[in-house]
Design a protein. Structure first.
Length: 96
């Protein structure tokens, strides 16, 4: 399968990328749009002179959101496994 060539603009710079399919292309474009919107928000709300600082703040925001979702998912998975184990023990005890 041929790769698709995509250009995304982040903080005024164009980045040429290769993606596997149209879904990845859409994801890249949405991600770039989210980053650019967050850049504008940070620049409006904070006295940040350096684009690198703004980009670092964006990276931290997105990474922390991903980490929070991962922690929540891990907790839910752990709780589900605990309940499955409890049910398995009850069934094993009941069947004996």
């Amino acid at each position: 399968m041929a790769k698709l060539k995509v250009n995304v603009v982040i903080a005024g710079r164009t980045y040429p990328l290769s993606v596997n399919n149209e879904q990845e292309e859409e994801g890249m474009r949405k991600a770039a749009k989210s980053i650019n919107e967050l850049i504008v928000k940070f620049e409006q709300n904070y006295a940040v002179a350096d684009k690198q600082d703004v980009l670092a703040m964006c990276a931290l925001q997105f990474a922390s959101k991903a980490a929070i979702v991962s922690l929540a998912t891990d907790k839910e998975t752990s709780e589900a496994l605990k309940k499955i184990n409890e049910l398995t023990k009850l069934l094993e005890h009941h069947l004996k």
